[in-house]
Each structure stands twice: as C-alpha cells, then as structure tokens.
Design a protein. Structure first.
Length: 83
C-alpha cells in the first residue's frame, strides 16, 4: 500500500510541475487550489493528466470534495483499488 501511495503522490507532483511549469514541493495537507494558485483551466488540465496517467475517471462529485493533496491521493488510490 505504501508503494501505491508513493507512486500516486509522485505522479501528482509530476503532473503539477508539468501544468505549472515549475518545480513544486508537495505536502499532504497542501490545498491544491490555494497553495498552487491554479485557475479552473489549469485544474482541468491537471485532472485530465492524472486521469490519463492512472487510466481512471474522477467523478465530478468527488472532484468537488477534493481540496488537499492527500484528498486527491486517497481518491485516486480508491479508484485504482476498484479497478
């Protein structure tokens, strides 16, 4: 399970860096919107990159509940576990 969490967080960091075009340091409690200053277009690009990376679809209702890096990581891990 730890490997999955590490891989998911690493992919989140890679996707964020790609969208923001700058290095980022991730902490589980960081707020994705507030701490990284992304607009709605950047957030959509970010989500699509993660969906493509993990071959999952993040439901819109779940998307609305995601605030922190940890929330996002848990959501992706749950979707992966459901297969």
């Amino acid at each position: 399970m730890m490997d999955v969490t590490h891989n998911v967080r690493a992919a989140i960091q890679e996707a964020l860096q790609s969208i923001l075009e700058r290095p980022v340091e991730l902490e589980p409690e960081m707020n994705i919107v507030a701490d990284f200053g992304m607009d709605s277009m950047a957030i959509m690009d970010f989500c699509m990159a993660l969906e493509d990376r993990f071959d999952v679809s993040i439901p819109l209702d779940k998307m609305a509940e995601i605030e922190s890096v940890q929330d996002l990581s848990r959501t992706i891990e749950t979707l992966l576990a459901k297969g």
